[in-house]
Write a protein that binds this ligand. Structure first.
Ligand code: DAT
Ligand code: MG
Length: 149
């Protein structure tokens, strides 16, 4: 079973879209493994977005992600990384398909509501960056047998 890191960014929290965004992932059939509501420190933001350092939008991105609380999560499921990226939609909301979170609820790349790991490597490193191992909860979800064969 695959796991991936998801974060509702400050605009999602400020706009009251936590339940909307989490609800879409829950309804898709993904299992929540970890979740916390937190203020992102500058060092954490810089490490999370280290790959974008030096780009024109980097400073604004760090400002944005540290501008208010976020909801950080780990979700699990078959092909969870691809499933979540698909549900989130394309980076630039005007290119995101209708029915996706960004395609339905966002208009600008700099306010695109949610982060999701883009591959197995980032899923692992981001999960380890945002959560300690004991924050990942092992639990049984009997209803999963109706979602995962
Ligand atoms: P994604 O969040 O879809 O994985 P990414 O990793 O390429 O996209 O970029 C990380 C975030 O940086 C993205 O969600 C929003 C911001 N960003 C990316 N490209 C941008 C741009 N051209 N202008 C402003 N912000 C940008
Ligand atoms: Mg990315």
């Amino acid at each position: 079973m695959e796991r991936t890191f998801v974060m509702i960014k400050p605009d999602g929290v400020q706009r009251g879209l936590i339940s909307e965004i989490l609800g879409r992932l829950e309804r898709r059939g993904l299992k929540l493994v970890a979740m916390k509501f937190m203020q992102v420190s500058r060092p954490l933001a810089e490490e999370h977005y280290a790959i974008h350092k030096g780009k024109g939008f980097y400073d604004g991105l760090i400002e944005y992600i540290t501008s208010g609380p976020v909801v950080a999560c780990v979700v699990e499921g078959p092909n969870a990384i691809a499933l979540v990226r698909q549900t989130v939609g394309a980076t630039r909301p005007h290119e995101a398909a209708p029915g996706t979170i960004r395609g339905d609820l966002a208009v600008m790349v700099g306010r695109n509501l949610v982060h999701a790991s883009d591959g197995p490597e980032t899923a692992t490193t981001e999960t380890a960056l945002w959560f300690t191992p004991d924050e990942l909860v092992e639990w049984e979800q009997p209803a999963l047998k109706w979602i995962v064969e």
